[in-house]
Design a protein around this ligand. Structure first.
Ligand code: NAP
Length: 285
């Protein structure tokens, strides 16, 4: 089966590339240079020419702060280009696997968000990602939309790498303790994807799912754990969000409820500290 992976040089795309070993399936890993998903005609042609049966869309505009000043650019990749993929999928009977974010929620409350809970994105990034979800539904193609959160990997740039870098240079770092969520190892998410594809478990399971690692933490707790696990001497100090001036508003609480994904696909999801340890071992050793 021919499977297209878009945005293959990002964190998630790189993890799928790293893990994918089954010779029965033929993965087409494409970067923005190989296939720009904002180009509708190229998307349609690529799918037809290569007899693609599944698209895993790892391409996205993920710069949350920058998006506040670049609505058009963010919307083009997170919404308009997703329409290209969804329409081409519908037309050619392709199954689309797409990713969205905890930032579609507004962050009120203290109970994990379920898939059907009311959305209320606070940032341009969150709004454009939500528009991407909606356009998939409107198109009516066969699709899984997987909302994830706080992704990190040994590939690409992310919070884990930032803390490693800063903690080696600074005596102390301030990190917010009033934004709570769940970190996600992109390796674990990639393993889940490959599992549902290789077993055919995705078939007939269209809809929205939430996938993060197990556990609930603030960014402060996350940073403390990173510093502890690497033995950094740097002090991690808790601070409030309003101590930093940021353009993008972020949800105070964005924990995703994972009951649905665990029940439907009969999976266990690793605890965040265990997955962090594995990633740090790769990064530090
Ligand atoms: N990172 C997080 O914390 C987080 C949290 C929640 C949800 N998510 C979602 O999870 C998914 C994977 O995220 P990630 O962290 O792996 O993202 P990432 O590392 O930012 O990778 C995104 C990739 O998409 C590529 N891309 C951008 N525009 C493109 C275009 N027009 N055509 C083709 N490729 C394009 C980028 O290439 P360039 O770098 O060359 O632009 C980059 O390689 C995304 O849907 C994201 O919204 C991420």
């Amino acid at each position: 089966m021919n499977i297209l992976v878009t945005g293959a040089s990002g964190q998630l795309g790189s993890e799928i590339h790293y893990l994918e070993k089954n010779p029965k399936n033929n993965y087409f890993f494409t970067t923005k240079t190989d296939l720009d998903i904002t180009d509708r005609k190229s998307v349609q042609k690529y799918i037809v020419d290569n007899k693609i049966k599944i698209i895993i869309n790892c391409a996205a505009y993920t710069a949350v702060e920058k998006a506040e000043e670049e609505f058009k650019k963010a919307d083009l990749v997170n919404h308009v280009a997703v329409k290209n993929l969804a329409e081409a999928s519908k037309k050619n009977d392709v199954f689309l696997i797409h990713f969205s974010t905890d930032y579609v929620f507004g962050g009120a409350g203290n109970l994990p968000f379920r898939e059907n809970d009311i959305v209320n994105p606070l940032s341009v990034y969150g709004k454009t990602k939500l528009a991407g979800e909606q356009v998939i539904k409107e198109t009516g193609c066969k699709a899984l939309i997987i909302r994830t959160a706080w992704l990190y990997s040994s590939f690409g740039n992310n919070f884990v790498k930032t803390i490693i870098k800063l903690s080696s240079k600074k005596e102390s770092i301030k990190v917010v303790y009033d934004q709570v969520g769940s970190p996600t190892s992109a390796r674990d998410l990639a393993k889940f994807l490959i599992f549902i594809i290789e077993t055919g478990k995705y078939i007939g399971k269209e809809g929205i799912y939430h996938f993060t690692n197990e556990g609930v933490v603030s960014w402060y707790d996350f940073a403390v754990e990173i510093a502890n696990q690497i033995g950094a001497k740097c002090k991690i100090l808790p601070c409030r969000t309003d101590e930093f001036s940021t353009k993008a508003k972020r949800p105070a609480y964005s924990v995703l409820d994972k009951v649905k994904v665990k029940e439907i696909f009969d999976i266990e999801i690793p605890y965040w500290k265990d997955s962090l340890k594995k990633c740090l071992e790769e990064l530090i050793l």
